[in-house]
Write a protein that binds this ligand. Structure first.
Ligand SMILES: Cc1cc2nc3c(=O)[nH]c(=O)nc-3n(C[C@H](O)[C@H](O)[C@H](O)COP(=O)(O)O)c2cc1C
Length: 259
């Protein structure tokens, strides 16, 4: 029995452990159709899926260990190549700048991927994104034979959940929804928002179960343990790390996307 769209959206949570039960091709095709029905600018995407154990094991080493146990891996690529074939067929050339293409291409992929995870949830499946995909573009290029102008944006595991977590916290809606004009959060409001996130995730043992504590970027002893390591600590450590933009720019250039 399928859930309503709103139920699927509001109850979705990332799933990182799966039953040993295959996801049939017809189900994957239905998910791809749902993904395609998202709004688009140029349908600049390709979804490549595999059940190959060896491939999943290799990818698990780079993207996240639970992937080795997931029945299916799906790679979401930004596909300028296909769009440019449609344009060439009509005797024209793509003259948009590369930054503009990147903006639009990532949006096409993201809305499609978001549709797919909602459809998966509605059909009783679980998913987890892997954000490390763009950084391992050379490996993915070889593994999935990605041509130039096709670039990996995000990976995803897919399967029937072994454990179905409840929905995870978000910062309060008043932090993101503003009437008439932008509201710049005060320091008190920042503290309130972070405490909502921290309380929910620490209660679940979220980072502890994932073993996902990021080493403290500054020198000195790390006095924060998993009883106090919450979302604020996590994102502030994550974004304080060395930037990877230059590497990413280089990897994009290798695929013919020169910014
Ligand atoms: C672009 C992107 C990349 C992500 N990468 C990873 C990842 O590499 N590993 C992982 O376990 N979860 C990953 N996630 C999932 C997030 O950790 C998760 O969505 C977030 O913690 C909120 O949890 P929820 O989806 O259960 O509500 C990613 C999510 C997004 C949108």
């Amino acid at each position: 029995m399928e859930k309503s769209a709103l139920d699927a959206i509001l109850n979705r949570a990332t799933v990182r452990s799966y039953l040993d039960k295959d996801v049939p091709d017809e189900v994957i095709e239905k998910l791809a159709r749902a993904a395609q029905q998202a709004p688009f600018t140029g349908q600049m995407y390709a979804f490549i899926y595999t059940r190959d154990k060896e491939k999943k094991e290799i990818l698990a080493k780079h993207l996240g260990r639970h992937l080795a146990q997931a029945p299916v891996f799906i790679l979401f690529c930004m596909d300028f190549r296909k769009l440019e074939k449609f344009i060439a067929y009509k005797g024209r050339e793509n003259k948009s700048g590369q930054v503009q293409m990147l903006f639009l291409g990532i949006q096409d992929v993201a809305y499609a991927a978001a549709n797919m995870i909602t459809a998966a949830e509605a059909m009783g499946l679980g998913t987890c994104f892997f954000g490390g995909a763009p950084m391992i573009a050379p490996l993915l290029t070889e593994m999935f034979k990605l041509p130039d102008r096709v670039y990996p944006v995000v990976g995803m595991s897919l399967g029937y959940p072994a454990v179905k977590p409840g929905p995870r916290p978000r910062i309060p809606t008043w932090c993101v929804l503003f009437k008439d004009e932008y509201h710049d959060l005060t320091e008190d409001e920042v503290a309130q928002a972070l405490s909502v996130m921290d309380a929910g995730l620490i209660r679940e043992g979220y980072y502890r179960n994932l073993g996902a504590k990021i080493p403290k970027p500054e020198a000195g002893e790390d006095t924060v343990d998993y009883d106090t390591y919450g979302w604020g600590e996590h994102i502030s450590r994550k974004y304080a790390r060395q930037a990877q933009s230059e590497i990413l720019k280089q990897l994009l250039a290798e695929k013919g996307i020169v910014l």
